[in-house]
Ligand binder design. Structure first.
Ligand code: H79
Length: 601
């Protein structure tokens, strides 16, 4: 990549971050959605409470299952028409081989229920254009084109309703089969081009599908995808959004109805973009996002649609911890299965759903209807929270069970009314102790669950968490880490995730970070910082009236950190001292700051 492109990439990244840091607030009335904040909250309630949904990718691509003309085809299974560059005329006949005689909608709904999902989203039409429901607008559907000859969605919708699971559908705006759209060039179907003068016809085609889907299945979420074609505009999105909400006012619609999605990160860019929730794909945001509804959709192996050679299954541990991680950040987990052309959910997926279900049976209370963690980060796991009647319940999800039997809840100031293991039906109280660093909970020697055990902590009032105040070490050194810092500003904040664990989003030079530290041995210190930067800006370390100015090193990537010596600084006073890091506004370039160390001289 040349430096210009690199700079361009960095710019995009930065703009992405900027946008991420300025999410749409629920309270702002959007031009595409005139409802009040209260109406919106009421409409979104079941979805926010649900926290866990099942995604189903099912279509003609399950027939080739990742193979074409005797060769394995790379990439995700449902993209095989594009990846193997199959012409429409050769792909279409797959419908004749799609005969899911083993399809058991009651069994699927039962499995979903057992897994603990509250909603199910199934592909009604993926990019390939094949409809799983009976459409009067095309014969390219399960009823007219397959030997099976029946609607695949209605029976599932009915079974879901019986089981109390909300039935929702995925719908691809891009369509590789519809005659109004063509391929961009002969090597690809993606992204489609619209044939001149045929857009209105396709918009009508989609609207007919929406009417049919709502009539046959009364869907609760319309989950759009394939919105990135250049012929589809934000104006179209508003039309579709308004049309759907008019058909069903309580309908929930994802942000891929519009053009506001930021790549696979999936959250909605700032600005007036249609859509009710963000859709990170195959990833979990580094932190929660106050006031933003989002749902991470993820696969269990490396494909959405069935591929017979994909055996790269994530462990149940990973899936359960993903669910917990997402809930602790205030999001939903939409976990995918890809049934075979015969209508079977692959056994490894069934086993994983059952394992999650067993965990949810015991711990569901710590997932459903919870809000994001009030803690920035917890060394041993995650936290979710519920508030009721002015009191708070904290669910401590312990991934790493402490070997010394003591769980420190860092900074928690509230007195604990009650603590117990969620796995303990008798709710036998656990001893707790208020200590300077927070609350210590005494735990039994063995974890009730090796993947994630939940400790319930009932406290009075809203949680109050003291910023951790680090102290000087025995050798007099001061180690300051990003997770302990107080960020001052709108955008600057602590980031977690791969290659992060740092202060980031430092886009505005008037924003700054501060550590409070307990000094009992004042003196002269050698100061160093762990920094990642792609352009060199200057910054200052400020303690009292002493200032140290330094330049960020060029590390080439916001995730590649280097330790730089900044020079010497005198800390004259003892007691609680503020150590600040400030930007030098002139020529400011954002950088990520992971740690600051002061070693006595
Ligand atoms: O249905 C599953 C996939 O088939 C579909 N979405 C999930 C839920 C999908 N996965 N990957 N892709 C589609 C690839 C699309 C990638 C891109 Fe783009 C489209 C790259 C450029 C245009 C999305 C939009 C990422 C950046 C902009």
């Amino acid at each position: 990549m040349n430096s210009r492109r690199l700079a361009c990439g960095i710019m995009t990244l930065l703009l992405g971050w900027l946008a991420l840091a300025t999410p749409l607030r629920a309270a702002e009335p959007a031009s595409w959605n005139p409802e009040t904040a209260e109406q919106r909250d009421a409409r979104m309630k079941w979805w926010r409470d649900a926290r866990f949904g099942l995604f189903i990718h099912w279509g003609l691509y399950a027939v080739p299952a990742g193979h074409w003309q005797g060769k394995p085809i790379g990439g995700i299974g449902e993209w095989i028409m594009n990846s193997a560059n199959i012409p429409v005329a050769e792909y279409e006949p797959l419908a004749k081989q799609f005969n899911p005689v083993a399809y058991d909608p009651a069994g699927w709904a039962r499995l979903a229920k057992q897994a603990g999902v509250k909603y199910l989203v199934i592909t009604s039409k993926h990019h390939e254009g094949f409809c799983l429901f009976d459409s009067q607008a095309t014969d390219y559907d399960a009823v007219d084109a397959t030997p099976y000859g029946k609607c695949l969605l209605k029976p599932l919708a009915d079974e879901c309703r019986k089981q109390g699971i909300k039935f929702c559908v995925y719908y691809s705006i891009m369509d590789w089969h519809h005659p109004a759209q063509t391929r961009p060039h002969e090597r690809s179907h993606n992204p489609t081009k619209m044939l001149p003068g045929r857009k209105a016809e396709y918009m009508d085609y989609m609207k007919q599908h929406f009417r049919e889907l709502l009539a046959c299945c009364d869907v609760e979420v319309l989950w759009f995808d394939g919105e990135w074609c250049d012929w589809y505009t934000e104006e179209d999105a508003r039309e579709v959004y308004a049309y759907l909400r008019k058909l069903k006012p309580q309908l929930i619609i994802n942000n891929r109805v519009g053009k506001g999605r930021q790549g696979m990160e999936g959250l909605t860019r700032s600005g007036d973009h249609a859509g009710d929730f963000g859709t990170p794909e195959q990833q979990i945001p580094a932190t929660g996002l106050p006031g933003v509804d989002w749902e991470s959709c993820m696969t269990m192996n490396d494909t959405w649609g069935f591929k017979r050679d994909d055996h790269n299954w994530k462990s149940s541990q990973t899936l359960i911890r993903n669910l917990v991680d997402i809930a602790s950040k205030g999001g939903n987990y939409l976990l995918n299965v890809g049934p075979t052309a015969a209508g079977e959910i692959p056994q490894p997926s069934v086993e994983r759903l059952e394992a999650i279900g067993q965990w949810m049976q015991v711990n569901g209370e710590a997932i459903y209807q919870t809000a994001a963690s009030p803690f920035k980060s917890l060394a041993w796991g995650r936290c979710t929270k519920k508030s009721a009647d002015g009191n708070t319940t904290l669910y401590l999800h312990v991934f790493q069970w402490p070997t010394d039997g003591q769980l420190l809840v860092p900074g928690l100031k509230n007195p604990v009314a009650k603590a117990y293991l969620l796995a303990d039906a008798d709710q036998r109280p656990l001893d707790t102790e208020a200590v300077e660093a927070g609350v210590r909970v005494k735990l039994p020697a063995n974890a009730p669950d090796p993947i994630c055990s939940v400790v319930v902590l009932k406290v009075a009032g809203d949680v109050e968490i003291a910023a951790a105040i680090p102290a000087q070490q025995a050798d007099g050194a001061i180690q300051l880490v990003a997770s302990d810092a107080v960020c001052h500003g709108q955008q600057i904040r602590y980031e977690t995730g791969p290659q992060r664990n740092c202060i980031g989003f430092w886009l505005n030079p008037s924003e700054w970070v501060e550590w409070k530290v307990k000094i009992n041995e004042p003196g002269e210190f050698a100061v160093s910082a762990e920094v990642a930067a792609t352009a060199s800006g200057s910054f200052q370390v400020v303690v009292g009236d002493r200032t140290l100015t330094a330049q960020a090193p060029l590390t080439g990537d916001y995730g590649r950190f280097q330790t730089v010596d900044l020079g010497r600084l005198k800390i004259a006073q003892s007691g609680t001292v503020s150590i600040a890091v400030r930007a030098v506004a002139d020529g400011w370039q954002p950088f990520n700051l992971r740690a600051l160390a002061c070693v006595p001289q």
